[in-house]
Design a protein around this ligand. Structure first.
Ligand SMILES: OC[C@H]1NNC[C@@H](O)[C@@H]1O
Ligand SMILES: [Ca+2]
Length: 449
């Protein structure tokens, strides 16, 4: 353990992140309605090994034990998401108080242990009843979402002081509507821009509602992946510009600048609609922070075959790759924070996710899990974040993804991102070396890197 002069701002919020469907289990308990992921995972062939979130980490029943474990690890914050269909089984209308109570009790338990809750309203598990009505393709979803958000704000605001509307709208659209690998599994060039736009309108409507009923902070969580041209050829440069607009500018430009990047029409052609100005007014509500999820970068080349962005990733032979085939590239976090600082006038940022899936060694006799690659990943990315802070970025917190090994969507349980190991047969929790390391980082406010 070497001492660095990485002093972080006082009150810097150190924690971990999870999401409802990935850890809770009991998806239909206590009156909860099914989500599109409940349907997706029970459709044969759509997840590796047929894995489902039916049990996952059984957090819906073990939540007290998990909060105590966070406290034992000295964590100061915890980012989690609310399963919309627990609170509103039909997605709208009647509130299921048992579902709401689960989150209310969880928040009280966190606060009792001095842990700050950061609450995400939508982390992909759309109520199936709303998908039956078109889901993100139905313009009405903006007020369905705002009405759901209103229920949560009135129930928890004050105890929860950091809200996020959506988690990673890019993944929802790219995975759920363009390529189809994620729920609801659509594959349409025409649907994708519509889903994106309605996600952003719903985000705006919820932020607008918060300004009338809430008293604290609200933001948007986006996954950003910096794109570096593989060569200075015009074709590679153009592909890199398209890829950057598609994954990064497509979500933050409308929110901060009131417009989509012009590359969007180049990518989608006739499938890219023209939207009314009123929509852009709704989308560009002022935010209190950006939630940044950072994992990797992409060295980008022209790829005519890679529909529709026509950009491909160039493997870096000298680099370390994670189990999800992501290059370990900490500099990309520094660069992404600099891009946010310069393009959007240095808004407050929380790193709401950062972490890696590696093939971890098994739990040893002495109870250790020697996940050295993850320790190295965390150390380097926390260092990269500090470099951006030193350069002027207003970063206020860091949530490691993830507290627990969990359900990695269509990849199932095979990919382990946790700082804490889960034995799915026994539900035994075992903090890995990375959890011990992170405890020291938190206890020293980043000094013990
Ligand atoms: O792939 C790792 C994580 N990425 N962001 C969204 C989370 O739900 C994922 O598990
Ligand atoms: Ca089921």
């Amino acid at each position: 353990m070497t001492q660095h002069d990485t002093t972080f701002p006082e009150h810097f919020l150190w924690g971990t992140a999870t999401s409802a469907y990935q850890i809770e289990g009991s998806p239909l308990a206590d009156g909860a309605g099914p989500s599109i992921w409940e349907r997706f995972v029970h459709t044969p062939g759509l997840t590796i090994g047929g894995d489902t979130g039916d049990v996952a980490c059984d957090h819906y029943r073990r939540w007290r034990e998990d909060v105590r474990m966070m406290a034992d690890l000295g964590l100061r914050a915890y980012r989690f998401s609310v399963a919309w269909a627990r609170v509103l089984p039909e997605g709208r209308g009647t509130v299921n108080t048992k579902g709401l109570d689960f989150y209310s009790r969880l928040v009280d338990e966190l606060l009792a242990h001095g842990i700050t809750p950061l609450t995400t309203l939508f982390h992909w598990d759309l109520p199936a009843a709303l998908d039956d009505r078109g889901g993100w393709l139905n313009p009405d979803i903006a007020h369905w979402f705002a009405d759901y958000a209103d229920v949560m704000f009135k129930a928890l605001d004050g105890r929860v002081r950091h809200w996020a509307t959506l988690n990673e709208p890019w993944v929802v659209t790219d995975g759920g509507y363009l390529h189809g690998a994620l729920a609801p599994g659509h594959r349409s060039l025409y649907e994708a821009p519509i889903a994106t736009h309605h996600l952003l309108r719903a985000h705006g409507a919820a932020v607008q509602r918060y300004r009338s009923v809430g008293k604290h902070q609200i933001g948007l969580v986006v996954n950003l992946e910096p794109k570096y041209a593989a060569s200075d050829s015009a074709a590679d440069q153009a592909a890199t510009r398209r890829a950057h607009a598609y994954m990064n500018g497509q979500y933050l430009d409308p929110v901060f600048l009131g417009r989509y990047p012009e590359e969007m029409r180049e990518i989608f052609g006739a499938a890219w609609p023209e939207w009314p100005a009123a929509d852009h007014e709704l989308i560009k509500q002022k935010l209190d922070f950006i939630g940044l999820n950072y994992y990797t970068r992409s060295v980008t080349r022209d790829a005519p075959e890679a529909w529709p962005v026509r950009a491909g990733r160039v493997i870096q032979p000298q680099a370390t790759y994670t189990e999800t085939s992501w290059e370990v590239f900490p500099q990309g976090l520094t660069d992404t924070l600099a891009w946010i600082r310069e393009r959007y006038a240095n808004p407050p940022v929380y790193i709401t996710e950062n972490g890696a899936a590696f093939y971890d060694p098994p739990v040893a006799e002495n109870g250790r899990v020697a996940d050295a690659l993850r320790v190295d990943y965390l150390r380097k990315h926390i260092g990269a974040m500090h470099a951006a802070i030193a350069a002027g970025s207003d970063v206020r917190g860091y949530m490691a993804w993830s507290l627990l090994d969990n359900f990695e969507w269509s990849l199932g349980f095979a990919k382990r991102f946790g700082l804490v190991h889960i034995n799915y047969a026994t539900q035994q929790r075992t903090p890995k070396d990375s959890a011990r390391y992170y405890s020291r980082v938190v206890a020293s406010n980043g000094a013990a890197l």
